[in-house]
Design a protein around this ligand. Structure first.
Ligand code: NAP
Length: 316
């Protein structure tokens, strides 16, 4: 299919760049470390954990796994996070979701130090992003995959929050495929703090006209039919069908749903939507690889920030 928007190529470019820079830090005697905390654990986060660990290895980032039991208390989780906040080996800290329902997820993400909040979900990161203090990263063309300068330049003046990896990955994927966002009607289905909401703000910052749909949206099909860019993040397999899609729309499927037979499907009914879309992401192999590559990039940035803070002469 020639309208497939694969994330593999972009992810490979990002990872190659991260690997080079992790190598440079390693020559200075500095290791880059990512901690992953799992509480309980379902099949989907187990898969994400395994993939993240194996991809981290390929770029030279060391991973540290913390598996807490389903019965872990909020205090135990926060104590683990506090310990890792003060652990010099750790540059990025990620808690895998979902966590048990009795635990308040905001207490958990807010315990992560903003300097290590590489998925950008803590209130400080979210606030900086919503106030457009960290949003500049989505405009920074030469940041990272291109060159080193802006990453260091930005860091030199303002401490900034990390952008959430999945929505940031979606924007990068769209731009990688030359999709014009400015002036287009974009519909985001799903309004979670991790995906839908930040993605809608990023599309807005890129000057799309954005509609956000959710469970209470009165006529989902009508909104989707009006969209030039459709982004689905609901966790409902095959929710968006071909008859809801405008001819030539760009379709991004963020959903990852595990079916009873163990296969992965997205929120888009690929079979009926693909023939109408000008571009469409596959599941798996679309947004997922870019999300992980972006997480590793953020972890590297955190390590670079740390180096800059401790060796200010590098700025000159
Ligand atoms: N590709 C990646 O890298 C990546 C990363 C993260 C997540 N994901 C996947 O993306 C999906 C969404 O994740 P999430 O964390 O955002 O999930 P979430 O927190 O459960 O949020 C789901 C959102 O979808 C909305 N929704 C659910 N059913 C709907 C329906 N029938 N019609 C319209 N809206 C509906 C919900 O609306 P209400 O707010 O009204 O309840 C909610 O806003 C999951 O499949 C997840 O596995 C993929």
């Amino acid at each position: 299919m020639d309208n497939l928007m694969s994330g593999k190529r972009l992810a490979a470019d990002i990872k190659a760049c991260v690997k080079r820079r992790v190598g440079s830090l390693s020559q200075m005697g500095i290791d880059v470390g990512l901690a992953l905390i799992q509480v309980g654990g379902g099949a989907s986060d187990e898969q994400y954990l395994k993939t993240t660990i194996s991809v981290s290895k390929t770029v030279g980032i060391k991973t540290y796994e913390y598996r807490l039991p389903e019965t872990a208390s909020l205090n135990e989780i926060i104590n683990t996070i506090n310990q890792l906040n003060n652990d010099e080996r750790i540059n990025g800290l990620l808690v895998l979701f979902p966590i048990p329902r009795r635990i308040n997820p905001r207490r958990v993400v807010n315990a992560i130090s903003p300097e290590k909040d590489v998925d950008g979900l803590g209130s400080i990161s979210v606030g900086m992003f919503a106030a457009e203090e960290s949003m500049f990263q989505i405009f920074d063309k030469d940041d990272f995959v291109g060159g080193v300068s802006s990453a260091f330049r930005n860091r030199a003046c303002v401490p900034h929050g990390f952008l959430p990896c999945t929505p940031f990955g979606v924007i990068r994927l769209l731009e990688h495929y030359g999709v014009e966002i400015k002036g287009k009607n974009a519909v985001v289905i799903g309004k979670s703090l991790a995906v839908g909401k930040p993605l809608s703000l990023m599309l807005l910052a890129k000057e799309a006209t954005v509609t956000v749909c959710h469970k209470s949206s009165a006529d989902l099909a009508a909104h989707v039919r009006n969209a030039d860019i459709v982004c689905a993040a609901t966790g409902v397999p095959g929710l968006i069908k071909g008859d809801m899609i405008k001819d030539g729309a760009v379709v991004v499927d963020i959903g990852i749903n595990i079916m009873p037979d163990g296969s992965f499907v997205g929120d888009i009914d690929f079979k009926s939507v693909a023939p109408k879309a000008s571009l469409i992401t596959p599941v798996p192999g679309g947004v997922g690889p870019v999300t992980i590559a972006t997480l590793l990039e953020n972890t590297l940035r955190s390590a670079q920030n740390n180096v800059l803070l401790k060796t200010p002469l590098i700025l000159q």
